[in-house]
Design a protein around this ligand. Sequence first.
Ligand SMILES: [Zn+2]
Length: 479
Amino acid sequence: MSELKLPTRSEDYAEWYNQLVLRAELADYAPVRGCMIVRPYGWALWENIQQALDGRFKATGHVNAAFPLLIPRSFIEKEKSHVAGFSPELAVVTIGGGEKLEEPLVIRPTSETIIGHAYAKWIQSYRDLPVLINQWNSVVRWELRTKLFLRTLEFFWQEGHTAHATAEEAQAETLQMLDIYADFARTDAAIPVIPGRKSEAERFAGADQTYSIEAMMGDRKALQAGTSHNLGQNFAKAFEIRYLDKNGTLQYCWTTSWGLSTRIIGAIIMVHGDDQGLILPPRLAPFQAVIVPIFKNDDEKAAVLEASSRIREHLVSAGIRVKVDEREGASPGFKFNDWEMRGVPMRIELGPKDVAKAGAVLARRDRPGKEGKSSIPQSGIADAVSKGLADIQKALYERALAFREANTAAPKDYAEFKAAVENGFALAYWCGNGECEAKIKEGTKATMRCIPLEQPWGPGRCILCNQAAKEKAIFARAY
Ligand SMILES: [Zn+2]
């Protein structure tokens, strides 16, 4: 398989993506249309993503729990905009154990309602607050147009749900989690993201405010990579989540929810991948380095494998995730291509000549060919690999940031704006009126991605209607 070339990104970006996902063995199609089988290599990547996020959640006082997959249909109907937003996407169970159910059950599309129900029971007093719970699970949304990792009928994610005594605390929590997502994306996934606020039209169903991190993919389209919602008192009122304050007065809680899903894997593929395949950021890669032993006869084999296993041990003790590719019947060239396809950040080539002089060759995945190769002594190899991995992590981020900056325009008028969103992001003043937003979407297929939290440019005039505008927004075509 891996000896076949992928379509290049410029030839057919969508097909490049689809084939890469399959051939890197990240995921496969499932018998049910729109579902996804995450293969072990893709799941190992997801586990590293989970660890990186979970550590941040726990460091900020959150705990994990598990809520049920099945939710009474009536729960979804309790919050008006929530039901309007999710109804078209619901999968509903009407028969259980061969009997028609008295009340249909929905498979959770998200868990605000069932968690709201539990919080109403658990929270009595201000002493019970805040409640800071996260769960790692999968949810189902009946999507019509699906694509592996980016939009699937069932997807994996985490959903955090918190309850607070005041509006200020809920807002601080919403922004804290957005900040955690942004830090994770930049530090671990090497993805430059723009944290910002969503317009009313793009808000989560039932939220007062939605915030997101937005990233530019390799085809210059946008992808929303994580969201954090301030739910105000909407769900608290729908589910009677109340507490007695210090004066003995009954008050509604203020709640938040926030989620990041396996979509981020799609982002990693599209931000870093090249025409040879995947390029994984070292901090998340299941294997950070792979050792490819090279030999022609049994004597060479014994010496090379012995050295490989010694180097492997050094690297493992240095905390590096490493694999020796001992597959029989596959040539070194095949293995090189295969690991390039699978995006392993660093390859360690080890042949008889290297063994004879106690050396090895390191090859960086982000710099194909001779430019990315270096000969190093085996003594101190762990340090050389660690340093190389840190360099790759940094280089991937910088490359992605330079790409985004090169493809982000600040159009002066609507004609420039239309040209800009054909080829990337447009950072433009917007008056805040939903009509302008809708007209832009209709006329250009570009949506308002977010209003960046940082607004260093001061007020201006709306790119469409020329009315006064307080803020600039990012517009782009999006996944
Ligand atoms: Zn306007």
